[in-house]
Design a protein around this ligand. Structure first.
Ligand code: SAM
Length: 395
């Protein structure tokens, strides 16, 4: 595998020079996504949806939110029943992107929960001011429900009761990358050379990093690097999860956290064959491995490792409740019935029916969004009352 090189924009060259010329891949990922003026999300230029750089389930139309709302309404009902008149519950959307999910959830929840605004408030947690402005524009006319924007830290003083949603958030948190050279693991770094060109390089792992890799191998029995991996083998290492899960836990007094994201089991994640890891750059609906290219102009995203996420959640005080594939979750929530109901739409709505049919099928496509995982964690709850809906007909 050839080391990657790319042209470096002036803003990034400035950051690199200030940092001494060499940084970890994780720092690079943080800058190119979250720099407030030039980052893909930080500047607010991210374009999500079929006409944009990549699609997410909510950006395909309102059916995803309508199905998810059924699950949320169930959990809200349980929390209400447990706590009687103990005030409004909260639904927290962390990393709301362009606000598609929040906007459609409000409409769907209003149809399921009488007097919605008296029962629930919606909180949006967005790190990047550029994206926050776009969410505020999309939700400017909403009246059904109180809405506020704040950080998880701001919730620590008055933690909420309810549901935290992390829909395609955790895949955007900066990751470290491990790289195998001379049969040793190193940390992937990014440097600016004397000609102003970006290039990748290998940095030594710290003792703490080596120890956490050893612990991971002991706990899961998954060798790192995988047996017979060749030099150049690279993968992701999720060090941002634990701090984020601690923040989310401190923001929630009682309730659940639903993570929906690309995720793989450790034995499928850290394999010899997955020699370039899971990191992908997205632009104009094309996924590529060229993550160094056009910094700040394309999305970068890495799959989650299910066991690493769950172990971090448990360490941070969460209880792991259940998990399933998105296809199973949405079928259990009535996706097939929704698909069937399209047949009864008026012929004048044929174009809408086709578009919704395609979107519904994409949501459960086992080669795409249907493989996404729904991972549920709880805090201060009776977990038996908060399962994910089970597919109908499954005993
Ligand atoms: C891939 S987009 C997901 C968008 C949306 N959830 C969806 O599915 O359409 C990631 C979003 O998370 C935001 N984000 C990134 N890091 C964050 C953090 N630490 N806290 C809150 N939001 C964050 C980004 O600005 C962006 O809005």
């Amino acid at each position: 595998m050839e080391p990657k090189v790319a042209a470096c924009p002036a803003w990034l060259a400035h950051h690199l020079q200030q940092a001494g010329g060499v940084v970890t891949f994780r720092q690079f990922m943080d800058w190119v996504l979250n720099d407030p003026d030039h980052g893909y999300y930080g500047s607010g230029k991210a374009c999500i949806g079929p006409q944009g750089d990549f699609v997410t389930s909510p950006s395909l139309g309102s059916d995803f939110a309508a199905l998810l709302a059924r699950q949320l309404a169930d959990w809200i009902g349980v929390l209400q029943a447990r706590s009687g008149e103990a005030g409004r519950l909260s639904i927290v959307d962390v990393g709301p992107g362009e606000g598609h999910l929040a906007a459609d959830l409000i409409v769907a929840l209003a149809a399921l929960i009488p007097d919605l605004g008296d029962v629930i408030e919606l909180i949006l947690v967005e790190r990047n001011p550029g994206m926050m402005r776009r969410q505020q524009q999309r939700l400017a006319c909403v009246q059904d429900i109180p809405i506020r924007w704040c950080s998880l830290e701001e919730l620590h003083d008055a933690p909420i009761r309810g549901v935290i949603l992390a829909h395609e958030l955790l895949d955007a948190l900066p990751v470290d990358r491990l790289i195998l050279q001379q049969q040793q693991l190193w940390l992937q770094g990014v440097a600016l050379d004397a000609n102003g060109v970006l290039k990748q390089l290998a940095l030594p792992l710290s003792d703490a990093q080596q120890q956490s890799i050893e612990l991971f191998q002991q706990d899961l029995g998954v060798p790192l690097p995988p047996e017979n991996a060749e030099d150049g083998w690279t993968s992701e290492w999720h060090v941002s999860l634990e701090p984020w899960l601690a923040q989310a836990g401190a923001a929630l007094e009682q309730g659940v956290l639903l993570v929906i994201d690309y995720a793989l089991e450790a034995r499928r994640y850290y394999t010899r064959q997955r020699a370039e890891g899971t990191l992908l750059a997205y632009s104009a609906q094309q996924g590529s491995k060229d993550w160094l290219h056009t910094p700040g102009q394309q999305d970068l995203t890495a799959h989650l490792c299910i066991e690493s996420l769950t172990a971090a959640a448990v360490r941070m005080g969460w209880t792991a409740i259940s998990s399933c594939r998105q296809g199973e979750a949405l079928l259990a929530l009535g996706l097939a019935e929704r698909l069937h109901s399209l047949q009864s739409l008026d012929p004048s709505q044929l174009a809408t029916a086709f578009q919704r049919r395609e979107a519904l099928l994409r949501l459960v496509d086992p080669a795409g969004l249907g493989e996404f995982r729904w991972l549920l964690y709880g805090k201060e709850i009776e977990i038996d009352l908060f399962k994910l809906s089970e597919p109908r007909g499954c005993g």
